[in-house]
Design a protein around this ligand. Structure first.
Ligand code: FES
Ligand code: FES
Length: 167
């Protein structure tokens, strides 16, 4: 029998007071309790990157993070980056470069891109490849994804530039 206990999570700047078992992962809470379906369920083992979120600005694989362990931390999902008319530059860059086929990996790719560019605003291609090396894309969209990360770097440094100015 799983016992549950109170758990307060700060997700996309909103506080959520929940009752959770010790075993439940952050990904399960985001998707099942908070209806945030940006993080995708891929492997469930911390190996594919589909479930990536930001925790205090750093990329983390939410399927292997116990929800109870991230109380008091700032959790950001794809939905918290931007949406609709207020897209994050990284989201816009992936659209501009049409860097998707099925799109299942894109949550992880975009969140990882934001994490990379926050800490390394002007990465080399090697740094981009290294940062994304643990994020799997089964459709083989890698060339477009790398172009999107380069475009995102330009847009994040000069967000006032219109997207067709980017490389
Ligand atoms: S679903 Fe979390 S790393 Fe694959
Ligand atoms: S676009 Fe399908 S897994 Fe990446």
């Amino acid at each position: 029998m799983h016992t549950s206990s109170p758990c307060t999570l700060l997700v996309n700047s909103q506080q959520h007071d929940l009752q959770l078992s010790a075993e439940v992962s952050l990904m399960q809470v985001l998707r099942n309790d908070l209806a945030l379906n940006g993080p995708k369920y891929g492997c469930g083992l911390g190996q594919c990157g589909a479930c990536t979120v930001l925790i205090d600005g750093m990329a983390a694989r939410s399927c292997v993070v116990p929800a109870q362990g991230v109380q008091g931390r700032a959790i950001t999902t794809l939905e918290g980056l931007g949406s609709g008319a207020q897209l994050h530059p990284a989201q816009q860059a992936f659209i501009d470069e049409q860097a998707a086929q099925c799109g299942y990996c894109l949550n992880g790719m975009i969140v990882m891109t934001v994490s990379l560019l926050t800490h390394t605003p002007d990465p080399t291609e090697d740094q981009i490849r290294s940062a994304l090396s643990g994020n799997f894309c089964r459709c083989g969209t890698h060339v477009e994804i790398i172009r999107a990360v380069k475009r995102a770097a330009v847009l994040m440094q000069a967000p006032h530039r219109v997207s067709h100015d980017a490389p």
